[in-house]
Design a protein. Structure first.
Length: 382
């Protein structure tokens, strides 16, 4: 363990976030700012009762009416994960929407993810639009992030997803994006030092310029200026998060998916990608001391889906068992076309952060402040 534990290690008394998030602050009762932000800014504006239901119905009617003469009335990405799978179920079965469903194949789909995507698409009688990322380019970009030594190794996958989403929305002239993001399981956000913005083009370009060895000719790009400003305000594309307007219990949702579709649960959030599993379950906690389970469990604690005791108990065990971690380490290296000793070299290299490369953090912060001021965003990622 290189990061994490220290003499002043302190855990929130209400959730399981701790000083591995270096910007965390605690009040007199030892309750962290994630918790306090949730109680004072998020929870009061979060309506999962009839009020939320009515608001959502209004939005759905608008989506349907607006999409009447179009091939699709909305668009959504399908990773095969629980949130997107449940949202797809709701969109088609409950709301009667006609989404364009796309999947980005970055080369890391777990077999389970492929199974889960297929059973749902089949049973719902939909077409799946799959964007396959050129593997040579993907591999080179992922290696560039390893070489850069930053924690946010998932940006090549995340960015491709976001770019593909907006490219499809733009191409098919779709006005509504369904997003599985939700307060219920994600009210605590990953700190910026753990997972930096995937759409910061300055950062992405700087890392590409320094470490990529081949030109990225087909990899999909989308800058935040394009999709948060141009596509949103000029083209009028809206993002809707249906799961925020109703009670969303992850366990119950997974049970329903399993019963209706034969969908099989993953051992941990984001484990639908074998790369993300390795990255969040091994690399991030071992190299940097950042354990994303703390964020996920804390969200579930705040929304009453997990006890703090249970979370603390689970955190005692590594996300990926040690025996398996070795095997995954070898798999990742071989898939990326490098030796395990090269991968080990990146692991042992100095830890860097987004601040070590060009970035547009100030622009992102200003944008977030404006959105919060306008009431469009309740809480700020920090
Ligand atoms: Zn807390």
């Amino acid at each position: 363990m290189k990061g994490g534990e220290s003499l002043t290690h302190k855990v929130c008394t209400n959730c399981v976030m701790d000083t591995s998030d270096s910007k965390i602050t605690f009040d007199d009762n030892g309750v962290c700012d994630h918790c306090n932000d949730f109680y004072s800014n998020v929870q009061p504006n979060w309506h999962t009762d009839q009020k939320g239901r009515d608001q959502l119905l209004e939005i759905i009617n608008k989506i349907k009416k607006d999409g009447e003469n179009r091939d699709f009335d909305c668009i959504m990405g399908m990773s095969g994960g629980a949130d997107s799978s449940y949202m797809l179920h709701l969109a088609v079965k409950e709301f009667g929407l006609r989404p364009l469903v796309f999947h980005v194949d970055g080369g890391w789909n777990s077999e389970l993810a492929v199974h889960n995507i297929n059973v749902m698409i089949d049973k719902l009688g939909l077409d799946l639009y799959t964007e396959v990322i050129n593997w040579e380019e993907m591999k080179d970009l992922q290696l560039a992030f390893f070489k850069a030594g930053v924690p946010h190794l998932d940006i090549p996958q995340d960015h491709a997803f976001i770019a593909t989403l907006y490219n499809f929305a733009d191409k098919y002239n779709i006005k509504y994006i369904l997003n599985g993001g939700n307060i219920s399981t994600e009210c605590v956000r990953n700190p910026m030092e753990w997972l930096y913005y995937g759409t910061d083009m300055a950062q992405l370009k700087d890392i590409i310029r320094r470490y990529c060895t081949i030109p990225l000719k087909t990899y999909p790009f989308s800058s935040v200026l394009r999709h948060k400003f141009y596509l949103k305000f000029i083209r009028g594309i809206h993002v809707v998060k249906p799961l925020n307007y109703m009670p969303y219990n992850k366990e119950a949702a997974m049970e329903l998916l399993n019963k209706e579709y034969g969908w099989v649960p993953y051992p941990q959030k984001h484990f639908e990608s074998r790369f993300t599993r390795f990255f969040e379950g091994y690399w991030l906690p071992k190299k940097f001391g950042f354990d994303t389970r703390k964020v996920q469990f804390s969200s579930l604690i705040l929304t009453g889906q997990m006890t703090r005791e249970n979370a603390l108990e689970k955190l005692k065990e590594p996300a990926i068992p040690i025996e398996e971690a070795q095997h995954e380490f070898e798999y990742i290296a071989s898939k990326l076309g490098i030796t395990t000793s090269e991968l080990q070299m990146y692991f042992d290299a100095a830890n860097k952060s987004y601040k070590d490369y060009r970035n547009s953090e100030s622009m992102f912060k200003m944008g977030a402040k404006i959105l919060k001021y306008l009431g469009l965003e309740k809480s700020i990622k920090r």
